[in-house]
Design a binder for this molecule. Structure first.
Ligand code: AMP
Ligand code: GLY
Length: 425
């Protein structure tokens, strides 16, 4: 029997999930709330926001949805999984409780300490002046993070006291991230190679994805404020390193939730820094990364629905997950001004031409169709993915594709993957 699927979210991650699902012979109808321009070419967009949980439950019941897959962190943090399960609906993602590993940095830090997981030294503050005094005492550089969810943007790497004051002011006094900034985590600045880890979990068994590297800051050479992510490249690690990461970073968290009787089911996504003093956890996310997922869906060979069902039904140990090992990259094209203010509503040209380049697939994030015309509607607009015989070839194809795309105020980082190419040559 074909499964009807509801995907919750409207970004490049969700477009990539839908692209992958649409290739499965086991999938029937696909609905996406809210969806976007690109998604509407493969699935039915539903006009319900990711946080309208009761409306989503009603929709899933009425539309005979067999499985719901959740993208965004805030939807998970608001308890979408618990609400669906209370209504007897199958859903893929962690519970509200387990999502705290991402939604509350203080919860995550406490769990890391409890499980002896290596992370940056830190203190938590709810008072502006106390935080500032601590920073002056500790010295610079230092990292300041809003305690709650901030769309990947509530993290400030501060090299001067002035920058630290601005960060504290934006988070705590101006409440730029709302209640997420009631507390701040001030932590040690770590240097090293950053790696994104993803692991499917059915609550007991885990299966690691290949490792990747994101490019968080908006400008070349990793300058400027952090974004949700501007580009993904492979970041291969040795088998021994992967085994170690599974043992010291992934399994302790999955086991800790299991011991509490509140299993973590879904995707656990630790962000790591490989430092000269070893592996340190920067953060845990409780979902698939974006743009990481745009990269991963290009390479996943196993039917995604088989994995999702195995996780929900607690039998992940029974399946093997296969990945294509062809080099792949994803370069994000955004609206000029993102991650701060930007304009939208500009027509987008050239996508069809760009997708004619072999190995290129373009996922949509902030796009919508207005009177039949594809327009920009968000900060991150497109994710240009490409596969090629080498990372360099894949990158060349991605940038060649970007050269064919045009919209007003188009921006992208021109140095995605430069570091890895330098390291490899
Ligand atoms: P997070 O959302 O906590 O992963 O932080 C976003 C980005 O900020 C990370 O991907 C890192 O590039 C950077 N970052 C976070 N914490 C630290 C840290 N303690 N030291 C250095 N960079 C960090
Ligand atoms: N790529 C960063 C994130 O999804 O949080």
């Amino acid at each position: 029997m074909k499964r009807n699927i509801l995907v919750v979210g409207n970004g490049g991650r969700e477009h990539a999930i839908v692209w992958k699902l649409s290739q499965s012979s086991k999938v029937g109808k696909i609905f996406v709330a809210l969806g976007n321009g690109g998604i509407s070419e493969l699935a039915t967009n539903v006009l319900i926001g990711a946080n309208k949980i009761n409306s989503l439950v009603d929709f899933a019941i009425k539309s005979e949805i067999d499985i719901t897959i959740v993208g965004p962190d805030n939807s998970l943090a608001n308890g979408i999984v618990d609400a669906f399960q209370e209504n007897g609906l199958k859903i893929f993602g962690p519970s509200e409780y387990a999502t705290q590993i991402e939604s509350s940095k203080s919860f995550a830090k406490k769990m890391m300490i409890g499980e002896n997981i290596s992370t940056a030294q830190f203190e938590i503050f709810s008072d502006y002046q106390e935080a500032l005094d601590y920073i002056i005492e500790q010295g610079l550089p230092i990292v300041i993070k809003a305690n709650g969810l901030a769309l990947g943007k509530g993290v400030y790497i501060c090299k001067t006291i002035k920058e630290a004051e601005t960060a504290l002011k934006e988070i705590m006094l101006d409440q730029k991230y709302g209640d997420a900034g009631n507390e701040v985590v001030v932590e040690e600045y770590l240097e090293g190679q950053e790696v994104s880890i993803h692991a499917f979990s059915d609550g007991i068994t885990t299966r690691l994805f290949p490792t990747t590297q994101d490019h968080k800051p908006i400008f070349v050479d990793n300058q400027g404020p952090n974004t949700g992510g501007m580009g993904i490249v492979p970041m291969p690690l040795s088998f021994e390193m992967m085994t170690e990461i599974e043992r010291v970073v992934v399994n302790p968290i999955i086991n800790a939730f299991q011991k509490k009787g509140k299993p973590f089911i879904g995707v656990l996504y630790p962000g790591l820094m490989i430092t000269s003093k070893g592996i340190k956890v920067l953060e845990y996310n409780a979902r698939l990364g974006d743009p990481e997922t745009q990269y991963y869906m290009r390479l996943l060979k196993t039917d995604l629905i088989d994995i999702v069902e195995a996780c929900i039904e607690g039998r992940l140990s029974e399946i093997e997950i296969e990945w294509d090992i062809t080099p792949c990259v994803c370069v994000i094209v955004s609206s000029d001004g993102y991650p701060d203010k930007y304009k939208t509503g500009f027509p987008i040209y050239g996508i069809d031409e760009a997708e004619k380049i072999s190995g290129v697939v373009i996922f949509h994030a902030g796009t919508s169709y207005e009177n039949g015309e594809l327009q920009t509607s968000g900060g991150r607009v497109l994710g240009v993915t490409a596969i090629g015989e080498t990372i360099e070839i894949a990158l060349n194809k991605a940038y060649e594709a970007i050269d064919l795309i045009k919209f007003n105020g188009m921006y992208y980082r021109e140095d995605i993957g430069f570091q890895i190419i330098k390291r490899e040559s």
